[in-house]
Design a protein around this ligand. Structure first.
Ligand code: F6R
Length: 599
């Protein structure tokens, strides 16, 4: 899940790499490094920390090279320190490499190379690659990289340079890699965010592609040596969308973008009381739906289960992609496998997709990042159009995923020959307005954050379709504030977790109108009787709610199917403000990275 970047051209190489790397930091930020070919010498800077801590802008004017590579790391093998930071180099310090992915057979390769007297400095798997390339190098970098990669098991997106040549050799398997085609200069990156400032023309490499980038041109082959043609695509978003626009953090900006992201996911998809989706779903040949995803996307998958089973009546199974890929999951030809991923690059989700395809199931992707690996490999797909999500904690992608699952449920129902419920359609269309109303109450939520910011534990409780919202609320809090939080179905409390309740325990209840409203009131009573501090999210001006709760967060009235979207907004804001009031780096929580491209 690291970010890699390469540049060849007449621009200010060091500053281009520095700026681009900052935009890739959401992929990892525990160490970083840059190597620039400066005449016949290589300027190398790397260490623990972010690139801004390691490389000072005074250096920009002193380093004049036209070729360079850069890396921002999320440690897998070896702790974050200078030796383990990329770029890595060979014994003669002539070949330099940045790598994203995992080399699974690195121990075997390392032993082989050590027997040939290669000296290793780091504990990383990546360093093995550069020595293997050195082992095969005979004045042709491309050939050496190809020969090395033929022995490698695992995943890679990599960029290699040799100090004698003004060229980059790049290759991909299982980790994203794109070429940005500028006016006379060429970029390589894990993600378009790093190069959008300079070009919107990009080429998405496929697995087992290897490319040689030279001044103003590039050639792409597969690792078997055959030329391949990869189209140039135009990126549709711009730099403006990946700036903070006056917000303190990307996460806050993205929470506030939800009226817009929800409008975008709905645009053109509800017309004349019908759902318009460009996917081909025939309900008569559909016996079961499996939804697979990780983390927050898995929470929206769970909401999807409630929605599809209620609206369509087809059984739905929800699986963590990391479990689904390795267990003896039963996948049939008549199953539809829905793959949910904001990034479209999550390694486990991608593996679950490939497994489903190999078993003959029909696959449907719900993805935010256009051109990502999952979006290219699914049989059909729906983009979220939420715009770039940079904050590590997912917010706007989550609400757009839930809306998309709701649209899919209604689309299947429509294909079953039913007329859709107007009230529900109008409620969906009113979502952006209703979310705005909650955002306007940010200050009320901040006051509650101030009161509870020093707590060590939190419980989030919901029932039915709002049980996954409780899970999501707890995940948001723990990942950015480091407060231990658990989400639970409220009625399960008495089977164990109720033992945790005392005067110190804040309990967030999701108690909006719906089939289980009365039931949840009883659960609130149970917690109150044991002294827990109750924060209730509700749309009911109910006396009993006021009496039972220590704090009430009111949200606009809606119908049950829509409530998970509405209810998740105050929970996002609560987590954000608690973490911010604790002085934590909300956009870069410790140990995490945005795009989990390793398993
Ligand atoms: C949490 C979060 C993660 C991601 C998960 C899957 O806020 O963002 O749990 O949801 O890593 O990522 P995608 O959706 O990109 O597959």
């Amino acid at each position: 899940m690291c970010g890699i970047l390469g540049y060849l051209g007449d621009g200010e190489t060091l500053s281009i790499l520095f700026n681009g790397l900052k935009r890739l930091e959401y992929r990892g930020y525990d160490s970083a490094g840059i190597a620039v070919l400066n005449k016949q010498d290589v300027f190398l800077i790397k260490d623990k920390g972010t690139i801004s801590e390691i490389c000072k802008p005074e250096l920009f004017s002193q380093i004049n090279g036209h070729l360079g590579i850069a890396h921002t790391r999320w440690a897998t093998h070896g702790e974050p320190n200078k030796d383990n930071a990329h770029p890595h180099f060979d014994c003669k310090k002539e070949i330099f490499l940045v790598h994203n992915g995992i080399i699974e057979n690195y121990n075997t390769l390392k032993r082989f190379l050590e027997n040939k007297n290669h000296k290793f400095i780091s504990e990383t798997d990546s360093e093995v690659l550069v020595h293997l390339i050195e082992h095969f190098y005979n004045d042709n970098l491309e050939v050496a990289v190809s020969k090395a990669l033929a022995l490698v098991e695992g995943t890679f997106g990599l960029i290699v340079i040799h100090k004698k040549n003004k060229e980059m050799v790049i290759a991909k398997r299982g980790s994203p890699l794109i070429i940005g085609v500028g006016e006379g200069d060429i970029f390589v990156s894990s993600d378009a965010a790093a190069l959008i400032e300079y070009t919107k023309k990009v080429i998405y490499l496929e697995d087992n592609d290897i490319a040689v980038i030279q001044e103003g041109n590039y050639s792409i082959k597969n690792l078997s040596g055959q030329d391949v043609i990869r189209e140039i695509h135009e990126i549709k978003w711009d730099l403006n969308q990946i700036e903070k626009k006056g917000f303190k953090h990307f996460m806050l900006k993205e929470i506030f973008e939800q009226p817009e992201s929800l409008s975008n996911v709905l645009r053109g998809r509800i017309k004349n009381d019908k759902i318009k989706l460009t996917i081909d779903l025939n309900p008569s040949s559909l016996s079961r739906i499996i939804i697979t995803a990780c983390g927050t996307s898995w929470h929206s998958a769970l909401i999807g289960k409630y929605l599809i089973e209620k609206i369509v009546g087809i059984p739905v199974e929800v699986d963590y992609a990391s479990e689904f890929r390795y267990r003896d999951s039963i996948i049939n030809k008549n199953d539809l496998v829905i793959v949910l991923s904001q990034s479209g690059e999550t390694a486990d989700t991608l593996a679950a997709l490939r497994k489903s395809k190999s078993r003959g199931a029909q696959t449907l992707g719900i993805v935010n990042v256009v051109g990502s690996t999952i979006s290219r490999e699914v049989d059909s797909g729906i983009y979220l159009h939420a715009g770039p999500e940079i904050g590590v904690a997912s917010t706007k992608a989550f609400t757009s995923q839930v809306v998309t699952l709701l649209l899919i449920s209604l689309f299947i129902k429509q294909n079953q020959g039913y007329k859709l419920d107007n009230i529900l359609l109008n409620e969906i269309l009113s979502l952006p307005e209703k979310v705005k109303i909650i955002l306007d109450k940010q200050d009320d939520i901040k006051k509650i954050a101030e009161i509870f910011k020093s707590k060590n534990n939190f419980l989030y409780l919901g029932r039915g379709i709002n049980f996954p919202v409780a899970l999501e609320g707890a995940l948001k809090l723990k990942e950015i504030s480091y407060i231990h939080a658990e989400g639970y179905p409220a009625a399960e409390m008495k089977h164990g977790p109720i033992a945790l309740i005392d005067k110190e325990m804040p309990v967030v209840f999701l108690a909006t109108n719906g089939t289980v409203f009365e039931k949840i009131l009883s659960n609130i009573e149970e917690v109150r009787a044991r002294g827990g501090k109750i924060i209730t999210v509700t749309d009911r001006e109910d006396e009993s709610i006021k009496r039972l709760s220590d704090y009430v967060l009111y949200v606009p009235k809606t119908i049950e199917e829509i409530s998970p979207i509405i209810n998740s907004i105050p929970l996002q804001l609560l987590a954000y403000h608690i973490a911010d009031l604790k002085g934590l780096n909300v956009d870069r929580p410790r140990n995490l990275a945005k795009s989990v491209t390793v398993e």
